[in-house]
Design a protein around this ligand. Structure first.
Ligand code: ATP
Ligand code: MG
Length: 437
């Protein structure tokens, strides 16, 4: 893509409510545009990053055997009346009526709808376990939407649901999701800490929030820094290994303000290992047993032919929130650098161009075509603008690699640079090799 053709409305004017870096940067680089309070359009650059995040989330869901489907955004109020949440959910739920006066709502989450899908088709334990997920827009009429895409009214979420015969079996599904979350955040180059969360009246230890550390987060975090030493990649997708993984994590202190107790924290974590900071919740997993299946009469025959309520859990990841969360975690010294797995482009070519000298631009186009042939996603900055402005712009856009075509490049060698690192002179073949690896 040539930058002159890209729809990327870079702007310097920021609204007063853009207080945190990710919000400012996403507006400045034209990743999003606010449409009304807490509701955004995703412009090409932002959309591209979000789609890459979505794809990583999807691959890691598929890899534990979860099956993708798609439920609608608009739901009938009937099923929410069955579960008892139609009244409980309160003002965060956007309620609407169709022309026949039927009560509908824009889904804030999908427990009821998936239970309805499940009860109409599965009748026997023989079809269990099942893990189903979708990636779909949600709407919550948040009282105070803020921080750009971090707390919106309309946001994009991956939500998964597990169905099992017993609490014991359900725990295995829970562990698989826990594992897939760790791997997902690892691929996104984020250090997400699983933190024990409140289970409310359900009880047990099967609820975790996945939180990344960032000063601008909304939750207070208390953790032992040794938790970062656990490598999720050393566990196998097998019940015994996954149970061991859960035990390894549960031995190390990590809690949000909801569960934090000063005495426990100070007793179990050495002073020099204590992390006390803020965090952003990027995912939440929760086992709630028959909380929805019981009132909604979602029954299956167990091995003895007796009817029993199916045991369920739900598992969310904030896909659109993650775009902002990654920026909060990575932005440093006026420079944005996307993890390679989600960067909007693999590399940007920055030629020094002036009215009288188009030679560098011609060279740049040749390099561009060569890289394109290798399926490398290249951005070419073909605008006639001084180099220091160009560099500033690309520090903000955050494409992780640059080829600079100016006085230092000669023949088939070019100045190559990883963003925020020193540059080196490399041949085009070596650049290709570097990018491929
Ligand atoms: P929070 O405490 O941040 O409101 P929640 O407990 O309401 O989150 P869940 O219902 O568990 O969130 O939703 C799953 C994930 O969806 C969250 O972990 C978060 O990443 C994302 N999410 C929730 N609410 C929003 C929102 N208003 N805007 C953007 N993302 C959100
Ligand atoms: Mg909420």
């Amino acid at each position: 893509m040539f930058i002159s053709k890209l729809f990327i409305p870079i702007t310097k004017d920021l609204p007063a409510e853009a207080k945190i870096k990710s919000h400012q940067l996403m507006l400045r680089t034209g990743m999003i545009k606010q449409s009304s309070a807490g509701i955004y359009s995703w412009l090409p650059l932002g959309f591209k990053v979000m789609k890459k995040i979505e794809q990583i989330v999807r691959e890691e869901q598929n890899s534990i055997g979860a099956q993708e489907m798609l439920m609608p955004t608009i739901q009938s109020s009937e099923i929410w009346k069955e579960s008892g949440r139609y009244d409980d959910y309160g003002e965060e739920m956007l309620r609407i009526k169709d022309r026949q006066g039927r009560e509908l709502l824009y889904g804030p989450t999908n427990e009821e709808l998936i239970t309805d899908v499940f009860r109409s088709s599965v009748k026997s334990y023989k079809s269990l376990p099942q893990l189903l997920y979708h990636i779909q827009w949600k709407f919550r009429d948040e009282i105070r939407p803020r921080f750009g895409v971090m707390r919106c009214k309309e946001f994009y979420m991956k939500d998964a649901y597990s169905f099992d015969l017993s609490d014991e079996e359900a725990k295995k599904s829970y562990n698989k999701m826990f594992y897939s979350y760790l791997k997902t955040f690892d691929k996104l180059d984020l250090k997400a800490i699983p933190m024990a969360a409140d289970t409310g009246p359900i009880g047990g230890d099967l609820s975790h929030e996945f939180v990344i550390l960032a000063e601008t987060g909304e939750s207070d975090i208390y953790a032992d820094k040794n938790i970062f030493k656990i490598d999720p990649n050393k566990y196998k997708l097998e019940d015994g290994s996954l149970q061991k993984m859960r035990e390894d994590y549960s031995k190390i202190y990590a809690a949000t303000d909801e569960k934090y107790k000063k005495e426990d924290f100070e007793k179990s974590v050495k002073k020099e290992d204590q992390i006390i900071t803020k965090g952003i919740e990027v995912g939440h997993i929760f086992y709630f047993s028959d909380k929805y299946s019981k009132p909604m009469n979602c029954l299956i025959d167990d091995k003895s032919g007796k009817k029993t309520s199916v045991k369920m859990g739900s598992y969310g990841i904030g896909v659109s929130r993650l775009v902002g969360a990654i920026i909060e975690a990575k932005y440093n010294n006026e420079i944005m650098k996307w993890p390679k797995t989600v960067a909007p482009f693999d590399i940007v070519i920055i030629p020094s161009i002036s009215k009288n000298n188009k030679e560098n631009l011609e060279k740049a186009e040749k390099v561009y075509n060569e890289l394109k042939k290798q399926n490398i996603d290249v951005l070419l900055d073909d605008v006639d603008e001084n180099m220091s402005n160009k560099f500033k712009k690309h520090d903000l856009i955050g494409v992780p690699y640059q080829i600079i075509i100016g006085s230092k490049s000669d023949g088939d060698s070019f100045e190559f640079k990883e963003l925020n690192e020193k540059s080196e002179i490399l041949s085009l073949d070596n650049i290709k090799l570097k990018l491929k690896s």
